[in-house]
Design a protein around this ligand. Structure first.
Ligand SMILES: *Cc1c(COP(=O)(O)O)cnc(C)c1O
Ligand code: SF4
Length: 324
């Protein structure tokens, strides 16, 4: 077992342990649930970046299951993006021109409370070894696909051998030009980005992009900066997407600090997503009008290339919808 596998095995899974590790008193437990269907999961290295004794810490709020999750309005559903309807083969989601998204695992290194896939039926939708093979066969048959996006769950939870095998099979499909990874692992479990992982990615003939998912500057410590450098050196373009979350990053100041920290680490801000209306996440919503206002102030603060596009995912649309 490598270091990252051990760190994942030792991740915190019990809300009480998390509160204890942060020196939060028992009072906070009244609002906390065990969230059996989508339990707490957070690696200790991520917890180490949270402020001790602060129940409103922006990293803590992203992972701690709270009682208000049960109070979601009925229109907040389990599959807000209609992804099950876009499955063209097991594990393969096809929504946009030229791009196909391959679900390679259901697992993540962290469970984010606002995640739109928190109820996604991975087992039925093909994020298995056999499902992946069928997905790859479907990609090989469709010449209009030029870019494959590895997603999940988190593709970097595959070990190097599984990932190398997958990359080799995609490399062998002549009409593919680009490979993209959507991952939160370099941020929540940086030890996964080993020197050998760099070799696995670097061995591919496909042009690579890694899209990280970071919501707050405090998520980026020195270890994260180091592994981002390793990904970039593979080489790959490194971008970031952020979800706009009430109480976590819903101000121009917080988002500007994030962009500054990202660019210092060599990462370009890509998307700022309005929250998808998934059951259990309603308390994170920032109304669209406020989001537009925050984004306008961000534009007035930063150079254009440090301002992520404000987007929303709308089922049936042929691209993400650009709000601003
Ligand atoms: C977001 C997404 C993509 C990628 O969209 P870009 O605008 O190219 O980043 C591709 N497929 C699916 C299903 C997506 O949700
Ligand atoms: S890492 Fe990504 S896919 Fe996994 S729970 Fe968080 S938002 Fe969802």
């Amino acid at each position: 077992m490598g270091r990252w596998q051990r760190e994942l095995a030792e991740a915190i899974r019990d809300p009480e342990d998390l509160c204890q590790a942060l020196g939060l008193d028992g009072g906070i437990m009244a609002d906390v649930t065990t969230a059996a269907g989508f339990p707490l999961l957070v690696p200790r290295s991520f917890v180490a970046r949270m402020a001790r004794g602060d129940a409103q810490d922006p990293l803590l709020l992203q992972v701690l299951p709270q009682g208000q999750e049960a109070a979601s309005p009925a229109c907040w559903t389990g599959d807000p993006l209609g992804e099950s309807e876009s499955l063209v083969a097991p594990g393969l989601i096809r929504k946009y021109h030229g791009r196909a998204l391959l679900l390679v695992t259901g697992g993540c290194a962290v469970n984010c409370r606002y995640c739109f896939r928190r109820e996604f039926p991975y087992a039925e939708s093909g994020a298995t070894r056999r499902g992946i093979s069928e997905g790859i066969a479907a990609i090989a048959e469709d010449q209009s696909i030029t870019e494959v996006i590895l997603s999940g769950g988190d593709p970097l939870l595959l070990d190097d051998d599984a990932l190398a095998d997958l990359v080799a099979r995609l490399d062998a499909i002549p009409h593919l030009r680009r490979l993209r990874l959507h991952t939160r692992v370099p941020v929540v479990l940086p030890s996964r980005v080993t020197p050998s992982l760099r070799g696995v990615l670097g061995g591919s003939r496909l042009a690579r992009t890694v899209v990280l998912h970071i919501n707050h500057a405090a998520e980026i410590d020195d270890a994260v900066v180091e592994v981002i450098g390793r990904l970039a050196a593979s080489p790959a373009i490194v971008l970031n997407q952020t979800v706009l979350l009430a109480g976590v990053n819903d101000s121009a100041e917080v988002l500007a600090a994030l962009s500054e920290r990202l660019v210092a680490a060599g990462v370009v801000p890509y998307y700022l997503h309005l929250l998808d209306r998934v059951r259990g996440a309603a308390h994170f919503e920032v109304p669209e009008q406020r989001a537009v206002e925050i984004h306008r102030r961000l534009r007035e603060t930063l150079p254009g290339y440090l301002v992520p596009r404000l987007v929303r995912e709308v089922p049936g649309e042929r691209s993400k919808v650009w709000i601003a």
